[in-house]
Ligand binder design. Structure first.
Ligand code: NAP
Length: 416
């Protein structure tokens, strides 16, 4: 990390906090970065209390007073609405933009129209084009497959285009009818009158920058392969485009470090290179169940990546342990992948692992790998001891059910 951070503000204990910066494609992380957090609604405060205690303990464990996080609370969801009458105050968006990296608990989705979703707003404003979901097995977690430990993948899902472009018109609307008329008149497309219409735009630019991110991640972490998942046999120009553009950018930008599966590592010089391969989406669902250890980093368009992320998480014991991050160039927001579980709010009961593992992703992105590893070992230790929250305890005969905060403390005891 060459350059020194310039803007100084904020304070935690004796530490003066500074802003994280991003220059020439690299994070510049001060020793005491200011990180905005949204604790979330429902069970969010219980989870955040436990998770932030784990984060602080892990940073202290690995570096004493040399490093710390200067947490800055920003509001969204019910808490923001109760305090300001606004579900998503501009201040929150400004603060996340200014500090570049943030973490959030689950938020209530308000019922009723006209309210902006935080995730959609952040995705658009900060151009968070990669939704990253690591999925791995933690020993001792009940899982529906025989060999869950064979699955260890990181899914990079395109986050802006495809169905997330949100171009959809209701059946019988003037917009849908106009599109139908245009397509049938100009291109003789056969569309049943009165159909609903959805448009699936996928660009070379959007596809390639996602694949580049996946390849860079795989190279940095010495992963064996990147698999492009698509439905290009049917949708040749959108999904097939994703595959072709992916191979193209791998060749153009990473020819020294990658080899395609089709070429194979026939030359001595290609042995040990990152393998780029592709699979058709439906086959990929089978493959992940039958031969999960053949896959490592996965890059997928929006909708396929959506299904694949949850299916993979279910295979290793469910979404309760699945973290997520929405990442762009110089901006990243990490979040729980589950909702607010409102029936348990304030009971100190639910599993905080999704937010804790999202924090692990955050530390890895910022280059604090030692902190990330310590937290993972802490979580492995707590689960191995079978001191777990209700969701895991009810599936594990003999396990001791503990509260959210006690589970966090068990993780802290096992930090190493
Ligand atoms: P949910 O909050 O994910 O809860 C569904 C069930 O999942 C819970 O009843 C519980 O199962 C289990 N669960 C969820 N989080 C858990 C945790 N941390 N530990 C253990 N078990 C957990 O889904 P929902 O009830 O459909 O949604 C509630 C609210 O959250 C809605 O307003 C929704 O829009 C919002 N939401 C927000 C996000 C987000 O901000 N990222 C994501 C999804 C939903 P059991 O009942 O079996 O114990």
């Amino acid at each position: 990390m060459g350059a020194m951070p310039t803007q100084v503000e904020g304070r935690r204990g004796g530490a003066v906090g500074a802003k994280i910066d991003f220059r020439d494609g690299h994070w510049i992380v001060p020793d005491h970065p200011i990180i905005p957090f949204i604790e979330g609604d429902g069970t969010g405060p219980d989870i955040w209390r436990a998770a932030s205690k784990v984060f602080d303990a892990a940073v202290t464990k690995m570096s004493g007073a040399k490093r710390s996080i200067v947490w800055r609370e920003v509001l969204a969801g019910e808490k923001a609405f109760n305090e300001s009458g606004n579900w998503l105050p501009e201040d929150t968006l400004d603060s996340i933009r200014e500090h570049r990296v943030a973490i959030k608990g689950p938020l209530t989705t308000p019922v009723g129209g006209g309210i902006r979703s935080l995730n959609v707003a952040l995705r658009q404003i900060l151009d968070l084009y990669a939704c990253i979901r690591p999925v791995r097995y933690f020993a001792g977690v009940p899982a529906p497959v025989k060999e869950p430990r064979k699955l260890d993948v990181v899914i990079f899902r395109e986050n802006i285009e495809d169905v997330y472009a949100g171009i959809e018109y209701k059946a019988g609307s003037a917009e849908a009818d106009a599109v139908i008329e245009f397509l049938s008149g100009r291109f003789s497309a056969k569309i049943r009158p009165g159909s609903a219409i959805g448009i699936k735009p996928m660009s070379k630019f959007g596809s390639q920058r996602l694949v580049v991110k996946a390849i860079q991640y795989a190279l940095k972490r010495h992963k064996p392969s990147v698999t492009l998942v698509h439905k290009g046999n049917i949708m040749k120009f959108t999904e097939g485009g994703f595959r072709d553009w992916g191979y193209e950018v791998a060749k153009e930008r990473f020819s020294e470090q990658t080899v395609t599966e089709a070429e194979g590592a026939k030359r001595k010089a290609d042995v040990g290179k990152l393998v780029i391969k592709d699979r058709i989406a439906d086959a990929m669902f089978q493959q992940l169940v039958l031969r999960p250890d053949e896959y490592s980093v996965i890059a997928a368009p929006n909708l396929n990546g959506d299904y694949l992320s949850d299916a993979a998480a279910a295979q290793v014991g469910g979404l309760g342990l699945a973290p997520g991050g929405n990442v762009g160039d110089g901006y990243a927001v990490y979040e729980a992948t589950h909702g607010t579980a409102p029936k348990y709010a304030g009971q100190d009961k639910v599993n905080p692992s999704s937010v804790i593992l999202s924090g692990v992703m955050m530390f890895e992105e910022l280059g604090w790998d030692d902190v990330a590893r310590a937290i993972v070992r802490g979580l492995e230790g707590a689960i191995a001891e079978q001191r777990v929250t209700y969701d895991l305890a009810r599936q594990l005969p003999g396990a001791i059910e503990v509260s959210t905060s006690a589970f966090g403390d068990a993780i802290i005891e096992h930090l190493s």
